[in-house]
Design a binder for this molecule. Structure first.
Ligand code: GDP
Length: 336
């Protein structure tokens, strides 16, 4: 399972839809004017059917293509909620599906009125009345049409992570080597994915064996800063990751050139421990250019926090990466 929104096309706004229907109506009118073998009644009926058919088809397209909230995985539902509001999304679809029934009712009434009419002036009057009513249903739903059109644009920010595939979520402060590690442990070409409220794309790779397929993602702009510094919306977007099945691999930069202090990096780790109920594997990266006093200090702090198994790696040079990858695979196997 990947994003339920992955293959959604763009929806039209009310204005665009109204224009499209007008253009089709005018085209039909031109055709009807030159058509000699149709009765006046049939022509007026064709006009009504064009408006009815176009509005109804569009509403049905919305209802059938926008996934139902009950079928959306909690990970994606959280992201939908932070992007546009899950309740507003649901309400808009419900309103549009109710509007389809109203359109049908108006259409049925129009057909009965047609059956009773006999004069061309009556047909024209019924057509004006019916089209007016059909278009007013469209107008009354303008808010929902525009909201859903806006939603399809926003949903482009949703990544294609499969929340049910066991995933190594690589966390750590900026520049610690998260994306280098994800590329190092993944097979094939990683995918570059957007994520709501982050400016940097995340990298999604796969770890594939003979009998398993796992995911690995880095988390730029997500699990790279203290969670307490986040606003509620960002926090909800980040905490959606709770619904992704998997483990967290937390990277420390222990290099002599490292920008963040150990204290800052430990704080982010503590925030993650508190917020996520997931197994955490800790690795000390950039061991090829390590500040040995930092390494010593960090190992003793982490041991006192209960981390017995620590990996010293260089994601760039490949040092210790195989051992870390094997451990990641065996942990992911446990939850698959
Ligand atoms: P991210 O922001 O956490 O994703 O970090 P990146 O993977 O983009 O790495 C940041 C920088 O650190 C890049 O210039 C990498 O080449 C470098 N880097 C990553 N891992 C290592 C490592 O093990 N050793 C050294 N020397 N540099 C590394």
């Amino acid at each position: 399972m990947t994003s339920p929104f992955e293959n959604l096309g763009r929806l039209l706004t009310y204005e665009d839809l109204r224009e499209k229907i007008s253009a089709r109506y005018m085209k039909l009118n031109r055709k009807l004017k030159t058509s000699k073998d149709m009765t006046i009644k049939a022509k007026e009926l064709a006009r009504i059917n064009l408006v009815y058919g176009n509005v109804k088809n569009y509403f049905e397209k919305i209802v059938h293509t926008m996934p139902h909230t009950s079928k959306i995985h909690p990970f994606y539902l959280d992201l939908l909620d932070v992007l546009v509001g899950a309740n507003d999304y649901k309400k808009s679809i419900v309103r549009i599906s109710k509007a389809i029934r109203i359109l049908d009712k108006i259409h049925r009434e129009c057909l009965s009125m047609f059956r009773l009419a006999s004069k061309p002036s009556e047909y024209a009057e019924i057509r004006r009345n019916c089209i007016g009513r059909l278009l007013s249903v469209l107008k009354r739903n303008r808010k929902y049409i525009d909201f859903l059109a806006h939603t399809t644009l926003k949903l482009r920010d949703i990544p294609s992570i499969d929340p049910e595939t066991p995933t190594a979520i690589v966390a750590g402060m900026p520049q610690v080597g998260k994306s280098t590690l994800v590329k190092g442990i993944s097979t094939a070409k990683p995918k570059i994915d957007p994520y709501p409220f982050t400016t940097r794309n995340l990298i999604l790779g796969h770890i594939i064996g003979r009998d398993f397929k796992f995911q690995a993602i880095d988390t730029p702009g997500l699990l790279d800063r203290p969670l307490s510094e986040r606003n509620p919306i960002e926090l909800q977007a980040i905490l959606a990751l709770k619904h992704v099945k998997g483990i967290i691999v937390y990277l420390f930069d222990v290099s002599i050139t490292g920008y963040y202090t150990l204290k800052q990096q430990l704080r982010v780790l503590s925030d993650i421990e508190e917020a996520f109920d997931k197994e955490i594997i800790v690795a000390l990266n950039k061991i090829d250019i390590a500040d040995l006093s930092k390494v010593k200090e960090l190992i003793s702090t982490l041991k006192s926090k209960g981390y017995e198994r620590l990996f010293k790696i260089s994601a760039l040079k490949g040092i210790g990466v195989k051992e870390l990858k094997d451990t990641i695979i065996s942990e992911l196997r446990k939850i698959s």
